[in-house]
Design a protein around this ligand. Sequence first.
Ligand code: FEO
Length: 160
Amino acid sequence: MKLSEKLAKAFDKQINAEMWSSNLYLSMALYFQKEGMDGFAHWMKKQAEEEMEHAHKMIDYAIDRGADVNIAQIDAVPTTWENPIAAFENVYNHECKVSAMIDDMMNIAEADKDHATRDFLFWFVREQVEEESTAKKILDDLNRYGECHIAIVDHELGKR
Ligand code: FEO
């Protein structure tokens, strides 16, 4: 059974959002690199790769379901942040927004009674719990330890 028109559009939108997320994190990686925080930069590059994998996972599924996937223009991403805390606040807030977008897709799939898509999207629902929690933990660590312990967090993130 082919994806409904509404779901196909939702997939296009989400694929664009995942690619935008990938660019956001790549931009953060470059910011951290410029600031000499290689551990943070490494973590962000991995995150950027993961977001591109999310986009491809969605592309493959939508094509399997007979949708005509359209890759639209990707908006520009920010290029600088005030400090690591501001960057991770951005990450956490962005991931909460992505979670809400996935929930919106799930609502459309439920209205369509498209059980295959619901099943597919549950992976993303679980992934978002992890993404939010990871970003929150790093943000909490940064707030707790402050600027003077930034090198410790940088070292930890470099292990990803
Ligand atoms: Fe693909 Fe971080 O959401």
